[in-house]
Design a protein around this ligand. Structure first.
Ligand code: TXA
Ligand code: MG
Length: 346
């Protein structure tokens, strides 16, 4: 069955055992700075196939390939267009670059595309694991398909117990939302997924970057919009997202909560510290993600809080929208997806 193994440093013996499992074609879940990943040897199609099976993920959704250092990058070799070099110099970082797929990487990894997602995670345990494995590691987020991404080893266990040999546990992840994905094969380059590296930062390297529309709800079109399913990152309970000024959002959430409670529907409210006085209502499961002035903390706690709502077995989650600067763009994207389009403008 699945073992959760605590790791405290980059030379922990558990890392070498995990690396051996990866070389033998097995799956290992490991921490990154964004979310936990479900890893397999990216050069071994049979091993990669196990990822799709374990997650229940359609083979039309491409995986990200993780490397530990520039040496590994050159050995494969991955080809970085000159325009991407400035951004790539930020690695290790919560940043995935879409580049041309080298022929040694099986097409299963890229869902048949001739491009591949490439990333060097900013986490000492992840880097040590990939280096010890000696091969690039394909890894999606280590959750069941379309469920909320895991920010702790326990989250991975809850979703994938029995289908992964080992989970390296280095505690709660620091960033809490997935990497930003930038397609540098297109001209102009495109932000395919807002994430842990802000658009503002990316723009300083790629001033002409365009933000791709990410509202497709098509489930089987890898060729046009990989991973852009609208219903993604979803908790088991339906979520309604409220957008507007602070006062109106609080009023609307309070009224909706009271309406549901009178109907015997249990309610969770996902909001900010500043909303507590207005929204920490009796009989409601209230979570303050953090202060509106600290979006990094809100991003870090978002997925764990969605999972907490599930554990509390609320029937419906009412969530407030957050400012969209910095980490806010990724927060908005994930909340929109968790809401599956269920947004109320107030
Ligand atoms: O932070 C992260 O990126 C985490 C950690 C584990 O590194 N990984 C992650 O992987 O979020 P995953 O599989 O949950 O999301 C990968 C997404 C795909 O759904 C797709 O949107 C995009 O990356 N992707 C991968 N390869 C692509 C390609 N060749 N072209 C366009 N998009 C691609
Ligand atoms: Mg994912």
């Amino acid at each position: 069955m699945t073992r959760i193994v605590p790791v405290h440093s980059a030379d922990d013996p558990a890392i070498y055992e995990a690396a051996r499992l990866l070389r033998e074609g097995e799956l290992v879940a490991f921490p990154t700075e964004t979310v936990y990943g479900l890893g397999a040897n990216a050069l071994n199609a049979e091993a990669v196939a196990k990822i799709f099976a374990a997650k229940g993920r359609p083979s039309t959704d491409p995986l990200i390939v993780h490397v530990s250092d520039l040496d590994m990058l050159r050995r494969v070799p991955f080809d970085l267009p000159p325009a991407a070099e400035g951004l790539a110099a930020l690695w290790p970082a919560p940043l995935t670059l879409i580049v041309k797929r080298p022929s040694v990487v099986p097409t299963l990894v890229s869902a048949g595309l001739d491009t591949i997602g490439l990333r060097m995670p900013d986490h000492p345990i992840a880097l040590a694991l990939i280096r010890a494995a000696g091969v690039p590691i394909a890894a999606p987020s280590a959750n069941r398909f379309a469920h909320t991404s895991p920010t702790s080893a326990q989250h991975v266990y809850d979703d994938l117990n029995g289908s992964v040999a080992m989970i390296l546990d280095a505690g709660v992840t620091a960033v809490g939302v997935e990497s930003s994905i930038v397609d540098v094969t297109s001209d102009p380059p495109r932000l395919l997924r807002p994430g842990g590296l802000s658009l503002e930062t990316i723009r300083t390297y790629l001033p002409d970057i365009q933000v791709a529309e990410r509202l497709s709800d098509v489930s089987d079109e890898a060729m046009t919009a990989p991973g852009m399913l609208l219903k993604h990152y979803s908790p088991d309970a339906p979520l309604i997202l409220f957008e507007g000024d602070n006062y109106s959002v609080r009023e609307a959430i309070r009224l909706e909560a009271e309406r549901n409670l009178t109907e015997g529907v249990s309610v969770g409210i996902l909001a900010a510290e500043e909303d507590r006085a207005a929204l920490d209502l009796p009989a409601v499961h209230f979570i303050a993600l953090g202060s509106l002035t600290d979006l990094a903390t809100i991003a870090q706690r978002l997925y764990a809080s969605l999972r907490e709502m599930e554990q509390a077995q609320v029937d419906i989650i009412l969530a407030r929208a957050f400012p969209t600067k910095g980490h806010g763009l990724a927060i908005r994207d994930r909340l929109l997806r968790a809401a599956a389009g269920n947004v109320i403008q107030v």
